[in-house]
Design a protein around this ligand. Structure first.
Ligand code: HEC
Length: 117
């Protein structure tokens, strides 16, 4: 009995943590604000987890693909364009809109613009 009450509390607590963790991400919509080190790490992880580097070169994200345009050295990229491509895809590039939530897409787009050389 005691352990049940305890685990219930843990669940509630975990819920609060989730909300607390979501706040800085949602608040990061200010696109030109610098990314924190943690956000850069998260963006790099999203880039890897979604295999963007299989098709794109982005040295910081470990990508060396040549199916799509290089992201390094790509002057055309801004957060709006990258967000649109990730969400909807284009041509050979698949849409990732259903694979990530909006905050993740936003973070990944900001990471790409931040990390490209
Ligand atoms: C299967 C290969 C493939 C994967 C995986 C892929 N892309 Fe692409 N990507 C492409 C191709 C091809 C294009 C060019 C599309 C076009 O303009 O016709 C492209 C275009 C882009 C562009 C626009 C570049 C430009 O110069 O127009 C961005 C930004 C981009 N991709 C980011 C990403 C990100 C971030 C991921 C991971 C979530 C990703 N891509 C995954 C193939 C891929």
């Amino acid at each position: 009995m005691k352990s049940k009450v305890f685990s219930g509390r843990n669940i509630v607590f975990a819920g609060f943590e989730l909300i607390a963790a979501a706040v800085p991400l949602a608040g990061s919509v200010a696109q030109d604000a610098a990314l924190t080190e943690e956000q850069v790490t998260q963006g790099r992880q999203l880039f890897g987890a979604n295999a963007c580097g299989a098709c794109h070169t982005l040295a910081d994200g470990g990508g060396a693909g040549a199916v799509g345009p290089s992201l390094d050295g790509n002057a055309k990229l801004d957060v709006a364009l990258v967000t649109e491509r990730i969400t909807k895809g284009q041509g050979v590039m698949p849409a990732f809109g259903a694979m990530m939530d909006e905050a993740q897409i936003q973070l990944l787009a900001r990471y790409v613009v931040h990390a490209k050389k």
